[in-house]
Design a protein around this ligand. Sequence first.
Ligand SMILES: Cc1ncc(COP(=O)(O)O)c(C=O)c1O
Length: 500
Amino acid sequence: MIDENRVEAGALPAAGVPAEVALAEVRQLRGVDRPTHGGRLFAYVYDPAVPGLDDLAAAAHRESAHVNGLDPTAFPSLLAMENALVGAAGRVLGAGPGTTAPDVVGSVTSGGTESLILAVKTARDAHPEITAPRIVVPSSAHAAFAKAAHYLRVALDVVPVSPETLRPDPAVMAAAIRPETVLVACSAPSYAHGVVDPVAQIAAAAAEAGVRCHVDACFGGWTLPYLRRLGEPVPAFDFAVPGVTSISVDLHKYAYAPKGVSVLLHRDAAMRAPQYFAYADWPGYTMINPVIASTRSGGPIAAAYATVRHLGDDGYLRLAAVTRDAVAGLADAVRAVDGLRLMAEPESTVVCFTATEGGPDLFVLVDELTSRGWHTQPQLSYAGLPASVHLTVTAAVAPRVAEFGPDLAEAVAAARAAGPVRLPAELGAMVGALTPDALTPEMVVGLAAGLGLGGDPDAGPLPERMALVNTLLDAAPSALRERLLVEFVSLLQRPTWAPS
Ligand SMILES: Cc1ncc(COP(=O)(O)O)c(C=O)c1O
């Protein structure tokens, strides 16, 4: 039934295919993806394993998919849902009537990166008199701050994190603030290691200098408050902290909404004002955009609204408890294996571990786990921090925890038996000698082919075992990693043309 040449034929056949064929094609293409459900993928996806939730979100998405967020007066339904989501996020993060932050306002964006770009833009545009604006971030801050700085031509002042605590020293953050600094940022928690920065001290230093302070709670902002209610020692990180001027929280992470929804909150409307873009100087409609996109589908917003309404406060509390227990179980499994150590004691929903002296090769271990059906995320070594393995833990992982321990022990034994990956001498020499500028697309084609990357479209773009690739990248300085991966992704992003 399925056209074998579907990929080669591109998306525009001369004559349209029946609906069921188009859908079957999507399903077939999805077959090579990592499993989004089932609790064995520890990155990219957030699964509460609540029966019926996917169907509810899909139905809500369908209702509003063609609604356009461009004009809230034409589609008041979307405005109402956005305002309700902003109110919910504000409540979760210590704002609203009866709190010390009663005037908090916000916007719904497409994701964490958009929220962070807008937080930086808003801070920058609040100070048009500063011609060369700068932001201060810990080295553990999400890469989206670097993207924001790049897009917005704002200089990035990066404060290293301690290799022991994985947090920045607030005194060093304070010292990094200059007259041109428009924003100081920190994470609650950081993505890579799941640790909460010293928000209160950093926000106090920013306030003292008269600078805005953004808390990136994109990852954990929806779980930390529930963990605190469950008795976990979560430090203050939200609007209850004086000096915190904006917070981002992603609903498509731990609010368990389908992808495409984050919330950016500001302490008051005056602080949000520079976020808006308005343009009336053309013959068309006056464009008033609170966020980066102009036309926006109502689908993700409606799906998030239905998800948050359905799960409710009690649902999130229950899911946080389940997730906390899963985190504890996974951390115990790591502690039980000789040769591994936790990068930090878990304080949110991340378990991150590295190898001890004489322990297994981590990249081989990741492959061994993959071959046992566990999809973990390798993190390369960086600025004195060792390579590590990241597990984003969601409620769906809980029923799998008992299986993880024995598989981890077995995978470690197999990785030890296999021994560390040795880069072939010529590859090692190449990485040592190569500068990002000297790298040509042709060299990357040769390298990718040699490493088995992108060769088999039916199996996906990556080979089954990635240890060699990860070892090569780990040996490269970050500028070279960036260039290698840009060239590689650019190789993957090629159109499929219909035969002429
Ligand atoms: C702390 C943090 N900030 C920002 C982001 C970026 O979010 P997104 O991928 O939705 O753009 C992430 C994503 O993992 C994150 O963990």
